[in-house]
Ligand binder design. Structure first.
Ligand code: ZN
Length: 245
């Protein structure tokens, strides 16, 4: 009787050990699965925070036309929506992270801008933000105050009744807060006053002979920082015969 009791206890103990083993094996496998899925998640996260480089030219699709219409684009006698291209570019933010941005320019200069922004990216040139001005209702002041880099916008030159080269998609403004428009007492945007003084370089400033100015000049563009009467440090433009000459 005693012996059989011992046997029963032994068998029970053995069963318990094997069962515990199974559970711990299972737990291990589950843990591994969790580790694998966490690793996969981290990998996915890395992909989304570090986007791949993109430098591409597109036609203006319906979605972007709807976004632009009656904000940055208005029916006019000078330019049609088919004269414009949508560019997608990658750039380095002030926080040294990479981002994707969209620009609308005249299709004639699309390859200029792609080449320039590719070189700026490869040289880690800091740009704070690149969004279509339509996200600011086509209001240049709001876009500038947000330090937004943008190109096409059907509008007049500040303080005048002349059509701006931005209206032809043949001008671009880069980092407007660090590179204001300065004319006598007018500074635009209004939050850029501390950047009228150009003696000391700060992140985002465009200065004579820096890579940004050199690249635009190489592509036949002029820089507003070289104007004599006023200064428009954010502004680059190109004159194309038969369009804006
Ligand atoms: Zn401009």
């Amino acid at each position: 009787m005693k012996f059989s009791r011992i046997v029963v206890i032994l068998i029970f103990s053995l069963l318990l050990i094997s069962c515990t083993k199974d559970i711990s094996q299972k737990e291990l496998e589950e843990k591994n699965e969790i580790n694998i899925s966490t690793a996969e998640k981290e990998e996915n996260l890395q992909v989304s925070t570090e986007p791949e480089e993109i430098f591409e030219v597109f036609d203006i699709d319906q979605e972007h036309f709807d976004l632009m219409n009656s904000k940055s684009f208005h029916e006019n006698d000078f330019i049609t929506i088919n004269d414009l291209s949508l560019l997608k570019v990658t750039y380095w933010g002030f926080d040294e992270e990479t981002y994707h941005g969209e620009l609308v320019v005249n299709r004639i200069v699309a390859s200029d801008i792609i080449e320039i922004f590719k070189e700026l990216y490869e040289n880690r040139y800091p740009i704070e933000k690149i969004q279509l001005v339509s996200y600011y209702d086509g209001d240049d002041n709001l876009s500038m105050e947000a330090n937004n880099t943008s190109a096409f916008n059907f509008r007049l030159i500040s303080d005048s009744d002349k059509i701006s080269n931005h209206s032809f998609g043949l001008a671009i403004d880069i980092n407007p807060v660090q590179n204001p428009y300065v004319s006598n007492s007018v500074v635009a945007p209004r939050n850029a006053a501390s950047y009228v003084d150009r003696t000391e370089y700060r992140t985002g400033m465009i200065i004579e002979d820096d890579i940004c100015v050199r690249l635009f000049k190489e592509h036949g563009w002029t820089w507003g920082g070289n104007y004599k009467s006023i200064k428009d440090y954010q502004h680059f433009e190109k004159i194309i015969t038969g369009i804006n000459d």
